[in-house]
Design a protein around this ligand. Structure first.
Ligand code: ADP
Ligand code: MG
Length: 875
């Protein structure tokens, strides 16, 4: 098909489509949004739309087409962005009824996964970031922005850190330059579940261009005011973000007013594996919020608070002063329970101020948004009043930072009705008394009633038909209705100037020039009133829009207040204690609990445990014990308590003294995490290697069944060597849960290593896990012991003991067990005996029996007996 054969409308479509070929173009045609060609085919399967063609007679040449009615736009946009695609929404820019020739159309916005602002498309409790990555000279620059709240951050990263940082930010969309397409880190990104990748022109990323875009956005001539060096690589990423937002939003971005440099040194480093293993914001297997640490500690009452808490949890602090500031505030809100209750009540009445402000800033606020905004602003004076004269510094700062924006509220309240309609062009938005001209137009339209009554009375008189009525419908406007019966009645007289318009079941409908003239006036007044209302509304929206930065700030204050109050509420509900954060690398917790299990179990059912790590208590704890004893729970609880303490939360314990952790590593052995595509053991070892390279003496390491993903002897050897290395070379606080009992031997040669196990009680043939961590290694024969209690038949148990004994004899003492003379040499014995089937190496029972025979001492009877026994053994 060549272009000359296209209809003008299809040409218009082609032109718009060519501007952004990767986006699905939703082309408005009357009451529908239509897609054509490949777009239609993609959309049909993605959105479950019927695929048709526009011109059926063209056969194979016909253009595929798919569409949906316009009110369904938001729900289809949601599906499109969820699939990681972008959509360009093209509207008709003029009313087709009045258009001369082809209706003017243009793309009014581009909706992409990372640039959402609509309430319907966003999860209220989750941040929705757009990120950009740029590379130069082996370094990477990273920037991320949330259009729906205006937050904008940037940092430089190493290649090895990129995935972890992106996973923390969890962007919905990542921008890269067209020049980076083949870079190794881009290939790495594509393998990660971190949102859609959008390729952008390299121009946007160029240093000069990027800086200019940012200067324009922030109306500055340097970024120094934000604490950002203009020459930094990440500035290029930030510039590319700003350019993309401009292009997709086609609106002002008044709410994006500052850059916040992200300083990794000020946050507790949590790599992606650790975040996942600890289930901080999502569960490991199902990826759900429910069951994560976030879900149980989240007592926030606003969506902005919920989002901020999630961010705190993925980036805990390392500065004692900053943590203390939060803790002081939580402390005060905990003791002041009335204040806490009041604040929570007020906060729960507020709308999502951050996102409202962002919709205001992008010029996309609806009348309902503005009313919600005014209602939220109405709460602020009360909130501010409750915050005055507080003890803690943070609460005072929040009080000072809380902008009331009274004039914005006053303007909205004066202009808009309490409960405005959804449609913005059909009137009913503006209050009576707000604007004189509008009031007059409205009274014209409304005075209609009395005019009609007068007109009707006149017509009754003229025609002599008492039941004559003036009616109204949408199609014909005003009309005079006379039933057939009356028209034919004696004395009835239908005037000549009556024009018959419509015949209905038992009546005729007429119009007169006078009636139509009147109608015209009313309709015009109404149309003008609607227009004026829309203008007034737009003016109001623009005025409010100019204040977006102040609103954003107020939103940020409410978000913080909500989180701090929520943490106080959490501490009150679950009897958390205030942790003491110290400099020495210790970890001393009395009666600590696992925050998630504790919250999910009935009160009092969770068994608390102490932890004592540090120079006197030992820095490495090896916890052995059978499955289901509570090993994993115990070591995770230590990690979670550290995270909570460093976000400034109280912790589930009676007492806690914690040495500031700089990096937290948690690793779960392969079999505890099923179902990953790659070789799980490989992953496990790569992840462990990462710890061995990056842990510092201030780090905290949690190892759960590491070494499980391979054969027993390999596993033990690796677990052993890793533990040794941590002890000898790293010296960081470490908890290692393992069912490799062999590791308990390490305590004999490693001075800073301690053993612990989980207490078990046997009662009436049943084993009871007490979930209590006690010093010392676990009972070695425990596995077979448990098997007996579980009802495994005696001969099998007997045989299992034989095999166990044999294995011990066969392989000598465990590789690496301390020899009597001291620590074993580093050369670990491996090889032949450790591979292959264990059972293949077992001797034949016949042979064993024969080997035990001393022919010289046998009597003939014994010999006969022996032969009989051997015969039965042979089967
Ligand atoms: P392990 O790692 O030793 O196999 P887990 O830590 O997974 O054992 O614990 C198994 C189950 O035991 C948990 O799901 C929980 O129900 C229970 N449990 C563990 N620790 C405790 C505790 N301290 N108090 C109460 N129940 C516990
Ligand atoms: Mg476990």
């Amino acid at each position: 098909m060549n272009d000359t054969s296209l209809t003008p409308m299809m040409q218009q479509y082609r032109e718009l489509k060519a501007r952004d070929p990767d986006a699905l173009l939703l082309f408005r045609m009357g009451d529908f949004y239509e897609m054509f060609g490949e777009d239609a085919e993609r959309a049909a399967s993605l959105l479950g739309l019927a695929l048709t063609t526009r011109d059926k007679d063209k056969g194979a040449d016909a253009v595929p087409m798919a569409g949906f009615p316009h009110p369904a736009l938001e729900s289809y946009l949601a599906k499109i962005v969820q699939a990681g695609l972008r959509a360009a929404v093209c509207e008709q820019l003029e009313d087709p009824r009045f258009a001369k020739g082809l209706v003017k159309r243009d793309v009014v916005r581009v909706v992409t996964p990372g640039t959402l602002t609509d309430e319907e498309l966003l999860d209220p409790k989750t941040s929705n970031y757009l990120a950009a990555v740029v590379e130069a000279g082996g370094k990477l620059g990273l920037a991320w922005v949330e259009l729906s709240t205006g937050r904008f951050s940037l940092t430089g990263v190493l290649r090895t850190e990129l995935i972890d940082e992106l996973a923390r930010i969890n962007p919905a969309e990542v921008l890269i330059s067209e020049l980076s397409l083949d870079a190794p880190w881009v290939r790495l990104l594509r393998g990660q579940p971190i949102g859609a990748i959008t390729v952008r022109p390299s121009w946007d990323f160029q240093p000069d261009q990027a800086r200019q875009t940012l200067y324009q956005q922030f109306r500055t001539t340097t970024l120094a005011g934000f604490g950002v060096d203009d020459r930094n690589l990440e500035v290029q990423a930030a510039g590319a973000l700003a350019a993309y937002l401009r292009e997709t939003q086609k609106s002002a971005l008044g709410h994006i007013t500052r850059l916040v440099p992200y300083r990794r040194a000020e946050t507790l480093a949590l790599d992606e594996m650790t975040r996942r293993s600890l289930e901080l914001v999502r569960t490991l297997r199902e990826g759900k919020r429910d069951g994560s640490l976030l879900s149980v500690v989240d007592r926030t009452v606003t969506p902005m608070g919920a989002r901020l808490l999630a961010e705190w949890l993925t980036a805990p602090l390392t500065s004692p002063a900053a943590i203390a500031e939060r803790l002081d505030a939580v402390d005060e809100l905990l003791t002041q329970s009335i204040l806490r209750g009041d604040l929570r009540t007020m906060l729960s009445q507020s709308y999502d101020l951050e996102r409202l402000a962002a919709r205001v800033g992008t010029g996309r606020a609806t009348p309902r948004d503005l009313v919600a905004l005014a209602r939220t602003l109405a709460l602020l004076p009360k909130v501010k009043a409750r915050l005055t004269a507080r003890v803690s510094q943070r609460l005072n700062q929040l009080e000072a930072a809380l902008e009331l924006c009274p004039e914005i509220r006053a303007e909205i309240e004066a202009a808009l009705v309490d409960d405005p309609p959804l449609a913005i062009k059909e009137g009913g938005l503006i209050r009576d008394g707000y604007h004189p001209e509008l009031d007059e137009l409205r009274s014209h339209a409304h005075s209609g009633k009395s005019w009609i009554a007068k007109f009707q009375a006149e017509q009754v008189r003229k025609t002599g038909i008492p039941s004559l009525k003036v009616g109204y419908n949408k199609v014909f406007g005003y009309y005079i209705e006379i039933t057939h019966a009356q028209a034919n009645a004696r004395g009835a007289n239908i005037p000549k100037d009556y024009i018959r318009k419509q015949t209905v079941k038992n009546a005729e409908r007429y119009i007169t020039p006078e009636l139509k003239e009147y109608e015209e006036k009313v309709t015009q007044a109404e149309a003008r009133a609607h227009e004026l209302e829309y203008e007034l509304y737009c003016t109001l929206r623009d005025r409010v829009s100019a204040e977006a930065p102040r609103l954003i700030q107020a939103g940020a204050v409410l978000a913080q207040l909500d989180v701090l109050t929520a943490l106080a509420e959490l501490a009150a509900r679950h009897s958390y204690c205030r942790p003491e954060l110290v400099a020495e690398p210790i970890f001393e917790v009395e009666a600590g609990r696992h925050p998630v299990l504790d919250a999910l179990m009935s009160p009092g059912d969770f068994v608390p445990n102490d932890v004592r790590l540090g120079p006197d208590g030992g820095t490495i704890l090896v916890i052995t014990g059978p499955n289901m004893a509570g090993k994993s729970t115990y070591i995770r609880q230590v990690a979670l308590i550290a995270v909570l303490a460093q976000i400034g939360s109280f912790v589930p314990a009676r007492r806690a003294r914690i040495g500031m952790v700089d990096r937290l590593f948690a690793r779960v052995g392969a079999t505890d995490e099923l179902s990953r595509g790659q070789s799980t053991f490989m992953v496990e070892m790569t992840e462990t290697a990462n710890i061995l390279h990056n842990a510092t003496p201030r780090s905290l390491v949690i190892l759960d069944e590491i070494g499980r993903g391979t054969s027993t002897f390999d596993g033990i050897s690796l677990a052993w060597a890793i533990t040794e290395h941590i002890h000898d070379a790293l010296g960081c606080r470490t908890l290692f849960a393992t069912h490799y009992h062999e590791l308990v031997e390490l305590e004999k040669t490693k001075p800073r290593l301690r053993n612990a196990n989980v207490a078990v009680r046997e009662s009436e043939g049943e084993i009871v896990f007490l979930h209590q961590i006690v010093p010392g290694g676990a009972d070695q024969s425990y596995g077979i012991h448990v098997a007996r209690l579980a009802g495994v038949p005696a001969p099998v148990l007997e045989r299992a003991r034989e095999i166990l004994k044999f294995l011990e004899k066969q392989h000598g003492p465990d590789p690496g067990l301390p020899a009597p003379a001291g620590p074993i040499p580093r050369k670990v014995k491996t090889g032949r005996a450790l591979t292959g089937s264990l059972f293949a190496a077992l001797p034949d029972p016949l042979v064993t029996e024969l080997q035990q025979v001393d022919p010289a001492s046998l009597t003939p009877e014994q010999a006969i007996d022996l032969i009989k026994r051997l015969r039965t053994l042979a089967g």
